[in-house]
Design a protein around this ligand. Structure first.
Ligand code: A3P
Length: 323
């Protein structure tokens, strides 16, 4: 029996402004977004994208046995893993993926200005097998998952590349936003980060690595040996693929293949954050490498990250490759 997960009182403001567009935020917008969070069960969320009602609804969310949850801390490989799962379900053919059905709603916990209802409500009408990306921490994830319902593919990534990717994603090509790197880095080391602390998130799920409905993967392993990861995911979600189909999945989940698929999806406006926004899926594909943190962290920041990692994660058995 697992120890019960502590619950805290629900609270949260109503959304007041439209959701900011990641990748185009100025330093000022970014500060505003980082400060405009509310806490639910000890974790910070953005009210525009994740209203408190959605989080409360997770308590009673009905999980189907064949649901697949791609569970990640943001920027740890969510879209890559989603694409692998979609491709496995489509026998390796990207053109067979029904993206407007599968990708229109973002993450399970989200509401977007362009969506008529929150994602979790849209989910009720989706055909099985449903595939949900989610960044929900352990104490908010639908409890039925911990009763062995549904399949979880959990992906983690080294925190140095994660924070680098996160900062680049939020500020993107906005030339006025480069000076907030140290703010993002400092906040990343605390519990005040949006979506909660990378450390708490990954530590709590790492403890589930032996649960039968959990498959725990590392981004760095996915990079080193994509084929083995594809086989492991297919096996975990109960799909038998031919050798040719496995090779197709590997080929079509590469950065270059995904850029083509996402470009097409963006042209078809499969997922929109804001009404009229031109593209957004390709934004989730940047460098796709291990070790880009070396272009972002100073020597002092690198040492601090190692210290904090040691303080919070020592003894957990969770270790990473950094290059
Ligand atoms: P970088 O910013 O380091 O390039 P998420 O999907 O959780 O937001 O994660 C985004 C990160 O995954 C980005 O990392 C992105 O480039 C990387 N990524 C996306 N697709 C990938 C792929 N096919 N292969 C390798 N990395 C990929």
């Amino acid at each position: 029996m697992k120890a019960p997960i502590p619950r805290m009182a629900a609270e949260g403001p109503k959304p007041e402004m439209s959701a900011p567009i990641p990748g185009q935020m100025s330093t000022e917008q970014m500060r505003k977004v980082m400060s405009m969070t509310y806490k639910y069960r000890g974790v910070n969320f953005q009210p525009m994208l994740v209203p408190v009602e959605n989080l409360k609804a997770m308590e009673t969310f009905q999980v189907r046995d064949d649901d697949i949850f791609v569970l990640t801390y943001p920027k740890c490989g969510t879209h890559w893993t989603m694409e692998i799962v979609y491709l496995i379900l489509a026998d390796g053919y990207p053109e067979k993926i029904n993206r407007s059905e599968k990708m229109s709603f973002g993450a399970l916990e989200m509401s977007m200005p362009t969506m008529p209802v929150p994602a979790y409500k849209m989910a009720e009408d989706l055909p099985s097998p449903r595939v949900f990306p989610t960044h929900l921490p352990e104490n908010i994830l639908p409890p039925q998952i911990f009763q062995n319902k549904g399949k979880v593919v959990f992906v983690t990534r080294n925190p140095k590349d994660c924070v680098t990717s996160l900062h680049r994603f939020l500020t993107g090509s906005n030339p006025n936003a480069k000076d907030n790197w140290s703010e993002v880095f400092d906040q990343f080391l605390t519990d005040e980060m949006m979506n909660g602390s990378w450390f708490n998130f990954n530590l709590s799920y790492w403890k589930h690595r032996h649960d039968s409905n959990f498959l725990v993967l590392k981004y760095e392993d996915m990079k080193r040996d994509t084929k083995s990861v594809v086989i492991a995911i297919a096996d975990h979600i109960g799909r038998v693929l031919s050798d040719e189909a496995i090779d197709r999945v590997v080929e079509n989940c590469s950065m270059s293949a995904m850029k083509k698929s996402y470009k097409k999806a963006d042209e078809e406006k499969v997922m929109l954050f804001q009404p009229g926004q031109k593209e957004n899926l390709v934004k989730f594909l940047r460098k796709g490498t291990v070790g880009d943190w070396k272009n972002a962290l100073t020597v002092a920041q690198n040492e601090r990250m190692d210290e904090v990692y040691f303080q919070k994660m020592a003894g957990s058995g969770l270790t990473f490759e950094y290059e």
